[in-house]
Design a protein around this ligand. Sequence first.
Ligand SMILES: C[S@@+](CC[C@H](N)C(=O)[O-])C[C@H]1O[C@@H](n2cnc3c(N)ncnc32)[C@H](O)[C@@H]1O
Length: 258
Amino acid sequence: MKINEGDFVLISASAEKKWLVKIEKNKEFHTHKGSILLKDLIGLDFGSSIVNNKGATFFLWKPIPADYIDSISHSTQIIYQTDIAQIIFSVGICSGKRVIEAGTGSGSLTSALARYVKPDGRVYSYDIKEEHQKVARKNIEKLELADFVDFKVRDAAKGFDEEDVDAIILDLPTPWEIIDSAYKSLMGGGILLVFVPTYTQVDQAIEKMVKSNFYQIEAFEVIRRDLTTKIGAIRPVTRMVGFTAFFVVGRKGIPVKK
Ligand SMILES: C[S@@+](CC[C@H](N)C(=O)[O-])C[C@H]1O[C@@H](n2cnc3c(N)ncnc32)[C@H](O)[C@@H]1O
């Protein structure tokens, strides 16, 4: 597959040094190993390599969803690749789904949700703080996903505008205050996922979910342990992210009317 003007390309100088770059023919991209004229990449195959003016080699990769997360500018704590992957699978996100998230934060999760629900699905993203959503909007526009997201500045405890959505994801400090609104906006059988960093929050979220007719409740965390990739010396790395947050997932049930 050839690189065209307007494509995003992941340019790598090594396993660690890589940059997500949009190909604009009048631009030059500067690195610690010299610069690259972006027009020179047009027409090359993804996966090919180039040597620049300083003799440095760069590979040109077609970005996968995980690569875009590294280019998110932060104004808040964000959700990273390992947890995002779990969220996508746990709530069943795929093309055509309608999903609410609160809060938007910097839009890291928003960008992944939008990438998977497009072209016919939609993300409705709520945040109580306008300044956070401003950063998120910029991130989403930069990644050309704005056509698939509605941003709303609101306290999620005051309710959501949408009905019959497939899934709701809450990444904010007091999810139990929002669980009644979530129940109203979900379709029967829709999935609620709460992402919180402490056991007390997990406890409060589960208690409220049980009272509000959510069923099939699971709570867990996801830990990724990387290995070194030096042949002959492969072993777990000595430093790792030991903890991010807990997941609580449940399904909206409709009890028999008595
Ligand atoms: C940790 S950040 C979310 C990060 C986001 N998931 C990401 O990946 O970029 C939490 C956000 O929740 C918002 N928030 C807190 N309480 C809220 C509420 N009651 N309603 C809506 N948003 C809320 C905060 O303003 C903040 O932006």
